[in-house]
Design a protein around this ligand. Structure first.
Ligand SMILES: [Zn+2]
Length: 221
């Protein structure tokens, strides 16, 4: 039984097989909604156990602070997107200029984490849409991408989650998302291939039209 300061930490697991799709179903600590602070405390405790099991000397000055550092990094940075409160608010503007062509945001930095090995996924996302009469602040596109990256992910789901969030935010089906990424679990272990990249895409609405898809891909060359 695992204890923290002498108290057993009851961790209620998130319900459902696809909790990663619904981080709204957050785990509960001590029966209450987990706060960032309580999550950091618990993760630090468990990470220390992992380090001990690996045979590390946790009295060593250099290692002592690692469990806390890792826990803070998980909750506040790398897995920030597991907390729905961190979802960026999207403000829409009237499309005053009646710009009705394709809008492309290219080379958005993707820094995510593979849910199978907890190793980094790094690459680029390209996002395109046709305005439904509303436009989004450009940096909001990057922030939305970042929000869904900051979860344990598989690239296919990441692509779909970004596309769905954009469709909802922009009130349009006319959305495309392309992600090209390197998975460190492929590069640093297993097959140890440092050259291969993985490409995933989502095309909906007008982007299912071949000529439009071709126009987008020519932009991305
Ligand atoms: Zn992996």
């Amino acid at each position: 039984m695992i204890t923290l300061n002498g108290n057993i930490i009851p961790v209620k697991e998130a319900n459902g097989k696809d909790a990663a799709h619904n981080p709204e179903k957050l785990l509960k600590l001590n029966g209450a909604e987990a706060t960032d602070e309580s999550k950091i405390k618990a993760i630090s405790h468990y990470f220390r156990q992992i380090m001990l099991m690996l045979g590390l000397d946790m009295e060593d000055d250099s290692l002592k602070g690692t469990p806390d550092r890792v826990a803070k990094m998980y909750v506040q940075e790398i897995f920030r997107g597991m907390n729905p409160a961190n979802k960026p608010a999207v403000t829409l503007f009237e499309n005053k200029y009646h710009y009705n062509k394709m809008l492309v945001v290219k080379d958005i930095t993707v820094y995510s984490c593979c849910e199978h090995h907890f190793l980094p996924i790094m690459g680029k996302a390209h996002v395109a849409y046709f305005s439904s009469g509303k436009v989004i602040g450009l940096s909001k596109v990057n922030r939305l991408v970042q929000y869904y990256c900051q979860r344990p992910q598989v690239q296919e789901r990441l692509t779909e989650q970004i596309a769905q969030a954009l469709q909802k935010a922009l009130h349009t089906e006319d959305v495309a998302v392309i992600i090209e990424a390197t998975h460190l679990c492929v590069a640093a272990r297993g097959i140890r291939d440092i050259a291969s990249t993985t490409r995933t895409s989502h095309y909906s609405g007008k982007f299912q039209n071949n000529a439009i898809k071709k126009e987008l891909l020519s932009w991305l060359k």
